[in-house]
Design a protein around this ligand. Sequence first.
Ligand SMILES: [Zn+2]
Length: 269
Amino acid sequence: MPELPEVETSRRGIEPHLVGNVIQYAVVRNSRLRWPVAEEIMKLSDQLVLSIQRRAKYLLVELAKGWIIVHLGMSGSLRILPEERPAEKHDHVDLVMADGKVLRYTDPRRFGAWLWSDDLERCSVLAHLGPEPLSDDFHGSYLYARSSKKKTLIKPWLMDNKLVVGVGNIYANEALFTAHIQPDRPAHTLTEREANLLAETIKKVLQRSIEQGGTTLRDFLQSDGKPGYFAQELFVYGRAGEPCRICGEKIESIKLGQRSTFFCRHCQY
Ligand SMILES: [Zn+2]
């Protein structure tokens, strides 16, 4: 599933091709995504792209008359291709640009979304989202204050978008390992020192993935390239039964909030 770093990598990948360019029209081959593709997108004509932004895992394409809001869902990806390249089975949406390129959206599972907003302030999917993890609004004191009296277990608590956006399952597992915190402790047991370390670690883990994603941008732009999801060295995620890279003990796996949770009993407490 595309996580925040992949979405940010996609944003950086498409930005230079779209901003300052004109969307001539959209081709929607299948509008049945998670929600139907917005009418306003189907009717687009000659719209200058002003900016490409990101909020949580939503890509925000700013046009003079409103915003296209794209979510990649479980399996969505975006590529820049020459207009003449034939569409394949799962290529559901194209934005045809004035310079002969298309932004092509591919999504085999169709859990993604193409929405429209005239005014982001009043956009329901963006309301109630917590701070961006890489922004100055997210820090140890914020986490510590929010953890007080919370009985929710730390890992599902971290993955709640109302607390902080974009800490997906892989990153929650990895950040808790690096901060030496057991994932199944109640949130209120976090000490101030642990909250500071955890906030810093979350930023580092996400930042490192975004930097690694940058190296895949070349592939991303090749017409036959796979979308830019990148292999990264994981300490615990997906490694049940394998030796911990730090201490050699076996990585354990449990379910928390129905999500696979991996940890080292020796390194996390
Ligand atoms: Zn260990």
